[in-house]
Each structure stands twice: as structure tokens, then as C-alpha cells.
Design a protein around this ligand. Structure first.
Ligand code: PSU
Ligand code: MN
Length: 308
């Protein structure tokens, strides 16, 4: 698909920022349609757009609405996505069908990276990435987010990944695929709700400017992969792994009992965790995404201005 294709719809503020080379931050929509329940999802999506703006970047929330790929959403479009039932979860294999058949689709981390890259947007902030599921040695369930990170040159700011996954295998997979993982003020891969996972990272930075410089050097060297920024949840919102670990284990057991698999597995585990923590995990979830959007916007600002 070409960048100027008529099947891509740019929000006017994004179109203007692209033209004038102003900082832009991509945001995903699976978190709206399949991650956070209504009406919290609407509030969250609007708040994230505000935070990006407050930190100097034009927000570009990405989704497919009735077959059109939208780069940047209006509040009405966000409300529509947040409420509509049967919105597809769109990753690499789903784009063409969703668009050709005029369907609605919420983009995953992989899907959002693809669309951001088409639109020439360099930075994307999310909550947690998908990864290697527990038991992947039997199920082969490895999120397409990981292969997308290996082939699409976008900076992805995350709070690591949830321990619903096999985190050591997720890190090994990214290493095999040659994806740089940069700890932001941390030497450990964060586990979404918890700041630590016990998995050491090789690279740590302390500023958005350093990440921008690494990204530009990465591109100059001709690398095509993404860069994963691992930004731990702020300490005061953390849920210790001793606590959330038990809940996650119950959720995983339930998914096995109900034979949940493939695309449904991650959304099932997320909603089970919400239910079991009676919403407490939602507050942490929102705070860590907000924190990622703040850092993501700062990185976009640095990339837009920095000369390496
Ligand atoms: N993990 C989370 N929250 C999320 C997701 C993952 O903690 O909302 C979403 C993201 O959109 C991610 C997708 O890209 O789930 C991964 O799905 P799968 O495991 O089916 O690849
Ligand atoms: Mn999967």
C-alpha cells in the first residue's frame, strides 16, 4: 500500500504535522476495543491524546473504520470504536481483508507499527506488547508483535509485557530476531504491572534524547527493525509480582479450562485479570500507558529535532 493511497484517511492535525515535520506519536486501538472496558476505554483514549499534545507530539490513534485506515481519530470515532461490538483485532494478516470488506478493525501493536510506518510516523506508545505465550512449545502461540518488531523500523514504548506470557522466552525471541531492547531508567525488563521481572537488559538509557540518537544511528546503519523501549510502571502504581502472579496463574488456568486459544487468548486473559482484581489492575494499567505516552511524545520531539 502506498503512503498517499486514497484508502488511508489522515486526521487533519496529523496531515499538517506530517507536512511540517512536527513530532507525531502513534497510539494503538486494540487496547480500546479489546483491552479496556467501556466507558473507561473512551476516557483513556482521549486522555492519552491529551498527554501526547501536552508533551509536544500530535497524537495519531490508529484504527480501521468501515474499511478505511485512519491515522488519527476524532472523539466521535473513538467513541464508535469503544462501543461497537465485533471490531476485528487487526495484525499483519488481517489488514487487507478488513479493509477490502469495509469492516471495522482495532490495530494491535503489530498492526499499529505497520500503519505508523506507512504514514512515516517514527514513534508509537502502548501498554504492553504481545509475546511468547506460556506453553508455546506446544501451542506455537507467539504474538506477531515480535516478528513485526524485527521488520518495521518504529520505536515502540511499552511497560514490557504481562506475565501472562513466558517472559524469558519472549526476550530470547526478540534477541534472536535482532530487536534492540532499551531499558528506560532500568536494567531489567519490566513485567507491566511490576517494575521487575528478574530478566536483565543489556542497554539502559536515562533520557529521550539518547533513545532518539540510538534510533537515528540504527537507521543510518541500515537496520530495518523496530526498537523496543522498556519503561517500567511508576513505583506508586506498581502491583508486586507476588500479588499479581497468583491472579495471572488463575487466569491462565481458566483459559486452559475453556480451551481459549489464538486471537482470543490475550483478550481473555486481560479481562479475566480485570475481573479477578475487581478493577484494581485497570488503574495500574491506565497509569502505565499514560507514562509511556509521555515518554513516547518526548522521544518523538527529540527525533524531530535532533541532528545526529
Ligand atoms: N497485552 C496487554 N494489553 C493489550 C495487548 C497485549 O497487556 O492490550 C494487546 C496489544 O494490542 C497487543 C495484542 O498487540 O494484545 C497482542 O495480541 P496477541 O497476543 O494475540 O498477538
Ligand atoms: Mn497469538
Amino acid at each position: 500500500m502506498k503512503r498517499n493511497s486514497t484508502i488511508i484517511h489522515y486526521h487533519p492535525s496529523v496531515a499538517k504535522a506530517l507536512k511540517t515535520k512536527k513530532p507525531i506519536l502513534a497510539l494503538e486501538s486494540t487496547i480500546i476495543s479489546h483491552g479496556v472496558p467501556y466507558p473507561n476505554n473512551v476516557k483513556m483514549a482521549l486522555r492519552l491524546q491529551e498527554i501526547a499534545l501536552d508533551h509536544g507530539a500530535v497524537p495519531a490513534t490508529i484504527a480501521i473504520i468501515k474499511g478505511k485506515l485512519h491515522i488519527g481519530l476524532t472523539p466521535r470515532e473513538i467513541e464508535y470504536l469503544a462501543k461497537t461490538k465485533g471490531v476485528l483485532k487487526v495484525s499483519r494478516p488481517d489488514f487487507a481483508t478488513c479493509m477490502a470488506l469495509d469492516l471495522d478493525g482495532a490495530t494491535t501493536v503489530a498492526g499499529t507499527m505497520i500503519a505508523a510506518d506507512m504514514a512515516n510516523i517514527k514513534v508509537f506508545a502502548t501498554g504492553g506488547i504481545g509475546g511468547v505465550h506460556r506453553g508455546a512449545e506446544d501451542s506455537f502461540d507467539i504474538s506477531a508483535d515480535l516478528t513485526e518488531l524485527s521488520q518495521t523500523p518504529v520505536v515502540v514504548v511499552s511497560a514490557g509485557a504481562k506475565a501472562i506470557l513466558d517472559l524469558p522466552k519472549t526476550i530470547e525471541y526478540l534477541e534472536t530476531q535482532g530487536v534492540p531492547i532499551i531499558g528506560y531508567n532500568t536494567e531489567e525488563f519490566p513485567a507491566f504491572y511490576s517494575r521487575s521481572s528478574g530478566i536483565r537488559l543489556y542497554h539502559k538509557v536515562t533520557s529521550a534524547a539518547q533513545i532518539a540518537k540510538i534510533y537515528k544511528t540504527h537507521l543510518k546503519l541500515g537496520f530495518n527493525s523496530g526498537i523496543l523501549v522498556a519503561n517500567p510502571i511508576p513505583a506508586k502504581y506498581e502491583i508486586p509480582s507476588s500479588e499479581i502472579g497468583k491472579i495471572i496463574n488463575i487466569a491462565v488456568k481458566e483459559s486452559k479450562k475453556h480451551l481459549v486459544a489464538k486471537k482470543d487468548l490475550t483478550p481473555f486473559l486481560l479481562s479475566k485479570i480485570l475481573e479477578l482484581t475487581k478493577g484494581r489492575s485497570l488503574a495500574s494499567n491506565l497509569k502505565l500507558v499514560e507514562n509511556n505516552v509521555m515518554i513516547g511524545a518526548q522521544i518523538a520531539v527529540q527525533i524531530a529535532k535532533e541532528k545526529v
